[in-house]
Each structure stands twice: as structure tokens, then as C-alpha cells.
Design a protein around this ligand. Structure first.
Ligand code: GDP
Length: 182
């Protein structure tokens, strides 16, 4: 990973991770930002974020990704979490049906606090746990289509589709006209 603070960038994109506690948000982020997987649960609460610089079409984009860092357990995510965010990964755990059903609630919040043109990707994480799957891919795809979201399954543990899902979000933000010039 390039040192995000030392390089000049053309654009800064803020994006957020949302979804129930324990679905793998912080591990997806550490995989993407630092390529590591954490087996421990996080000890602290409070919003965290990480950066990664990405080059798209000759432009250097600094992606700033925010993680709820446990606050979602208390439904304590406020409008400032979403403020200025151009994209969101709405994550559920394919082995925990309730986390998929709660995606609807997260969509309500996203619509309330997020911008109209936000790029949202529905992410079914833990796809390495096929034997305990509770949410079929087809069902999630159908939900994503009805809600106008992109959809992808990932495994933070096995590092499957992690870069792809973040890069898809960032590319889509880049391709939309709403990106901010630094
Ligand atoms: P968060 O609360 O949504 O940020 O979830 P965490 O990233 O803290 O992960 C919660 C638990 O799920 C941890 O025990 C992780 O080790 C585990 N976990 C996260 N991603 C995966 C994955 O892709 N596969 C498997 N098998 N476990 C995962």
C-alpha cells in the first residue's frame, strides 16, 4: 500500500461500511487497506477509518473508508458518519440470516442520511463458510436488484473478492459525476 498521507491525489472519496455487528466489516477493511485478517474482535469502540490510494484512468484517488468500529451495536451511528460519503458497502454474513434481514433497516438509514446518488454495494461476507450458509446468493441478488444495488459475495478470511468489491465501489464513484476535486 502506498503511503496515503505522503502522496498528492486528484480526488478524495469517502465511503462507509455498514451492517450488523460481527458480519466482518473491520476485517474487510483491514484486508483492503493493509491486507491482513484479524481473528480477535476489536477491543475499542469509536469510529475508525483507513485510507488506500488507487489509480483509475491516470487519476490518483485517495479512498477514505470509515468503519463503525462497534457503534452499530448501539445503533449509535449518527448523520456525521454518513456525511460526505459517496459510497457504502452494506455487509451481511451469509451464515446469519438475521444480518441479511437487517439489511432492509440499514437501507432505511442509508436513504435517510446518505446522499441520493450514493454508490451502494450489498456484500455477503464469509462465503468461505458454505456449509453453514443461511442466505442463498440468488435471494440476495434479487434483493439487490429490487433496491438498485450492486451485489457481491466476499470472504475477508480467504481474501476472496475483497479488493474487487472495494474497487468496484470506488470505480463507480469515480464514474459518477459527483466526485470531489481536491
Ligand atoms: P464487524 O463487527 O462487522 O466489524 O466484524 P469483524 O470484522 O470484527 O468480524 C467478526 C468475526 O467474524 C471475527 O471473529 C472475524 O474473525 C470473523 N470473520 C470476519 N470475516 C470473516 C470471513 O470472511 N470468514 C470467516 N469465516 N470469518 C470471518
Amino acid at each position: 500500500m502506498a503511503d496515503a498521507f505522503d502522496e498528492e491525489c486528484d480526488y478524495l472519496f469517502k465511503a462507509v461500511l455498514i451492517g450488523d455487528s460481527g458480519v466482518g466489516k473491520s476485517n474487510l477493511l483491514s484486508r483492503f487497506a493493509k491486507d491482513e485478517f484479524r481473528f480477535d474482535s476489536k477491543p475499542t469502540i469509536g469510529v475508525e477509518f483507513a485510507y488506500r490510494n488507487i489509480k483509475i484512468a491516470d487519476k490518483l484517488i485517495k479512498a477514505q473508508i470509515w468503519d463503525t468500529a462497534g457503534q452499530e451495536r448501539f445503533r449509535a451511528i449518527t448523520s456525521s458518519y454518513y456525511r460526505g460519503a459517496l459510497g457504502a458497502l452494506l455487509v451481511y454474513d451469509i451464515t446469519r440470516r438475521s444480518s441479511f434481514e437487517n439489511a432492509r433497516k440499514w437501507m432505511v438509514e442509508l436513504r435517510e442520511f446518505g446522499g441520493k446518488d450514493m454508490v451502494v454495494i450489498l456484500v455477503g461476507n464469509k462465503c468461505d463458510l458454505e456449509q453453514t450458509r443461511e442466505v442463498e446468493e440468488e435471494e440476495a441478488k434479487g434483493f439487490a436488484e429490487r433496491e438498485g444495488l450492486c451485489f457481491m459475495e466476499t470472504s475477508a478470511l480467504k481474501n476472496l473478492n475483497v479488493d474487487q468489491v472495494f474497487l468496484q465501489m470506488i470505480t463507480r464513484i469515480h464514474d459518477s459525476t459527483s466526485h470531489k476535486s481536491l
